[in-house]
Design a protein around this ligand. Structure first.
Ligand SMILES: [Mn+2]
Length: 277
């Protein structure tokens, strides 16, 4: 039995299948964990959710910004954009099943005792335990009967800094932003959402979240995350493993075997291009 953690799938079902085949994934014996953004921009969101849902107890995921966006579209809060490529999913009779299934997924989970999985990463002022605790606060809201009203207040970039005293919509918004949208930190603890480049190309005042000292993270703990395609998985630090390698942008889809840390990738193949025979 092996556990694999897969980077952003973003509705790229063919890529996911190629990757699972490459590691000889067995839904009966193995376990798959996703870093979120199961759908979003890729052309096969329905096939992707259908397959992952069918894995039942062999699959876990955290929620990414695109997954939350789907919930917001379903709730009537967000309008669907053409490049979301969600039409086929939004008109599926199975949509409600997938929505209720996603509402039960957390923002953070433990893949093993020392490995935290979140979509964007771990806010430098939080311990692993704290991330799990605040993730639970959001799950309570997403699973409540008022979940649609809750999502109305999800969008926005403020507050940019965590305070224990944050309450209500501001508190929830910060938690969701830190877990699903974070890349760079400014002035030690402020979330920045303006920059999406690789760290090398970023302005000097911005620091990747994993390069900000986290005094609460123990040396034997690891964080596995996605979301940041232009980082291409390269944190240069053993403790932080980025798995979004931009498959939906024509690059690679990447998976890590949890027990060994071994990385496996497949390259994007444009299915609309003619194949040489
Ligand atoms: Mn994302």
């Amino acid at each position: 039995m092996a556990t694999y953690i897969v980077g952003d799938i973003q509705g790229c079902f063919e890529g996911l299948q190629k990757l699972l085949k490459k590691v000889d994934f067995s839904p009966i014996n193995d376990h798959l964990i996703a870093v979120g953004d199961l759908i979003g921009r890729g052309t096969q969101p329905l096939e992707t959710l259908d397959y992952l849902y069918s894995l039942e107890g062999s699959f876990d995921t955290v929620l990414g910004n695109h997954d939350l966006n789907l919930l917001a579209i379903y709730a009537g809060i967000r309008k669907v954009k053409p490049n979301d490529n969600l039409d086929i999913l939004l008109t599926s009779p199975k949509l409600k099943i997938f929505i209720n299934w996603l509402r039960c997924k957390p923002l953070a989970l433990l893949a093993d005792q020392n490995t935290l999985v979140t979509h964007a990463g771990l806010y430098p002022q939080w311990s692993v335990k704290k991330a799990l605790k605040v993730s639970h606060e959001i799950s309570e809201q997403l699973q409540s009967k008022d979940w649609k009203e809750f999502l109305v207040n999800m969008y926005g970039n403020e507050p940019s800094t965590w305070k224990k005293s944050l309450q209500g919509a501001a508190r929830f918004r910060f938690i969701i932003n830190a877990m699903t949208r974070m890349r760079f930190i400014e002035n030690h603890n402020e979330l920045d959402f303006s920059c999406k480049t690789s760290p090398e190309l970023a302005p000097d005042n911005l620091t990747p979240w994993f390069n900000v000292m986290n005094k609460k993270l123990k040396t034997n703990q690891k964080v596995v995350f996605g979301h940041w395609a232009s980082l291409n998985g390269d944190t240069k630090l053993q403790q932080f493993c980025g798995l979004d390698t931009g498959y939906v942008w024509g690059q690679n889809m990447t998976m890590q075997k949890l027990s060994s840390g071994e990385i496996c990738s497949v390259e994007y193949q444009d299915l609309s291009e003619p194949v040489d025979i």
